[in-house]
Design a protein around this ligand. Structure first.
Ligand code: FAD
Ligand code: NAI
Length: 474
């Protein structure tokens, strides 16, 4: 007889491991299977998915090291500190990144043990519906579960004719393991990965060219933020070309030669030592045997779910990158908690309007809620409070005055509709906007809350005051 579980989670990324832990906390007998695509010295499943292994965590480690390198080379002198010309040892930088990854992926295994989640080593694919729920094949074993959570995540999209070897031509995996600073680095796609990884290697000394198909830069962000970011990145030396069409890409052991057409239709060629292809991600549904059990996919190949992550099959749920919505780790985790609690009969929900976005570039960029262009398109009457970091004592003290906080509030009700930050610590500051919006706060509410002095959070306070045209320090 096959092993029986209350819940089987397919995939051990942020959606999967968090769903498994929460379900176990609620008293379910839970298993999680992971097909282990990342090199593990012992051949064991590595938990944490894209995020911990080849995404959020390793990229932030490299961003931090490269930020310190840039500060030492270009920032310290203005504060009277001389350290000479800094040198970067790439193997040490990458080794440190790997240590952090190993620590965290190992930590999730510890959390599984603590919460009594059974870890199954192998690829999960549906076999059939059964009396006890669903039969799922994991490796050579068929297990049975009353509920299944599909949390199989996503993988990098590649371009036709551009062979990714993760040495010369890299996707997100190879981009995190480049073993020497490329003299010239080409990147296709000026999205989140292109800008973060472009920043890492530019800071370390690469001449970086980013080729973007869309005519507008960072069109998902608020228009003012995108404008400011384009200005700052250009000043830093990131060469971002918009409206391009990629032609033939020839790669050899020495590098790549990339033909493209620029926005004016001019045919150009770019030679580089390395190429990063970062043109979005595609959901992992292949191998799930979805057709055999009639699991419905949407028009983009994602598992089709309702707003509570229910699929068309009874007892089968799906969360994270494999379903609709932003491909973000915290969104996957929110959905996973909701699903576990719904299985427990609780009235859980996810507020998709308050999911923050963060780009860990320098300056950092973060937002929550609506952009100004969205409000205009929706015909919503709004007011704006916008305050630059240059007006803040703490930012001056830190020598980091780039950017601003922009708050958008409903013209009638004053309810906060969006908050957009470009500047130091935007990734942390955005939480105040998330909390405020989650509680349906008005800009007046934030304006009346005491903010510690001197902190960067005072710029959020001033932006809230500015919504009512009464900033105190600007
Ligand atoms: P994944 O993390 O992709 O995990 C899915 C897991 O399922 C994988 O381990 C896979 O091996 C396994 N799997 C797949 N199919 C099967 C199967 N059939 N059987 C068993 N196992 C299977 N997001 C942020 O919020 N912040 C960031 O800073 C950030 N930075 C990123 C940087 C990079 C370079 C990249 C690529 C992504 C980044 N992301 C970031 C996105 C984030 O990594 C994803 O949104 C998140 O990992 C999605 O979680 P998930 O659980 O849905 O899927
Ligand atoms: P992306 O969707 O952010 O950006 C891809 C970019 O490539 C877009 O601007 C798109 O217009 C462009 N593009 C697509 N096809 C192209 C072509 N043929 N030629 C030139 N440009 C082309 O995707 P990216 O950067 O690959 O990242 C994937 C996802 O991973 C992100 O959307 C995000 O969900 C997640 N991520 C999140 C991070 C964070 O939260 N800080 C960091 C990195 C990734």
């Amino acid at each position: 007889m096959s092993r029986q579980f209350d819940v089987l989670v397919i995939g051990g990324g942020p959606g999967g491991y968090v769903g498994a832990i929460r379900a176990a906390q609620l008293g379910f007998n839970v298993a999680c299977c992971e097909s282990n695509p990342y090199a593990d010295p012992k051949g064991e499943p590595r938990l944490g998915g894209t995020c911990l292994n080849v995404g959020c965590i390793p990229s932030k480690a490299l961003l931090h090291t490269s930020h310190l390198f840039e500060e030492a080379g270009h920032g310290f002198a203005a504060q009277g500190i001389s350290v000479g010309t800094p040198k970067i040892d790439i193997p040490t930088m990458v080794g440190r990144k790997n240590t952090i990854v190993n620590q965290l992926t190992g930590g999730i295994k510890g959390l599984f043990k603590k919460n009594k989640v059974t870890l199954l080593n192998g690829h999960g694919s549906f076999v059939a519906q059964s009396e006890g729920g669903w039969q799922v094949k994991v490796g050579e074993e068929v297990v049975e579960a009353k509920n299944v959570i599909i949390a199989t995540g996503s993988k990098a999209r590649h371009l036709p004719g551009v062979l990714v070897d993760n040495k010369i031509v890299c996707d997100n995996e190879g981009a995190l393991d480049i073993d020497a600073v490329p003299k010239k680095l080409a990147i296709i796609g000026a999205g989140v990965i292109g800008l973060e990884m472009g920043s890492v290697w530019r800071r370390l000394g690469s001449e970086v060219t980013i080729l973007e198909a869309l005519p507008e830069f960072l069109s998902v962000a608020d228009v003012d933020v995108a404008k400011e970011a384009a200005k700052v990145f250009a000043k830093q030396g990131l060469n971002i070309q918009l409206g391009v069409t990629i032609g033939e890409v020839k790669a050899s052991k020495k590098g790549v030669s990339l033909a493209y057409t620029d926005k004016d239709g001019k045919e150009l060629k770019l030679d580089a030592d390395r190429l990063i292809v970062s043109v979005g991600r595609i959901p992992n549904t292949d191998g799930l045997n979805a057709e055999a059990v009639g699991l419905k996919l949407d028009e983009r190949g994602r598992v089709d779910v309702d707003s509570h992550c229910r699929t068309n099959l009874p007892g089968v749920w799906a969360v994270g990158d494999v379903v609709t919505g932003p491909m973000l780790a915290h969104k996957a985790m929110e959905e996973a908690v909701m699903v576990a609690e719904l299985m427990d009969g609780q009235s859980a929900h996810c507020n998709f309007d308050t999911i923050p976005w963060v780009l860990y570039t320098s300056p950092e960029i973060a937002w929550v809620g609506k952009t100004e262009q969205q409000l205009k398109a929706d015909g919503v009457a709004y007011k704006v409070g916008k305050i630059p970091f240059a007006a803040n004592g703490r930012a001056l003290g830190m020598g980091d005055t780039t950017g601003f906080v922009k708050m958008l509030a409903d013209a009638q009700s004053d309810r906060i509709l969006g908050m957009h930050v470009i500047g130091a610590n935007a990734s942390e500051l955005i939480s105040e906007g998330v909390v405020a919006m989650e509680f349906g706060a008005a800009s007046e509410d934030l304006a009346r809350i005491c903010h510690a002095h001197p902190t960067l959070s005072e710029v959020v306070h001033e932006a809230a005051l500015a919504c009512d045209k009464r900033p105190l320090h600007f």
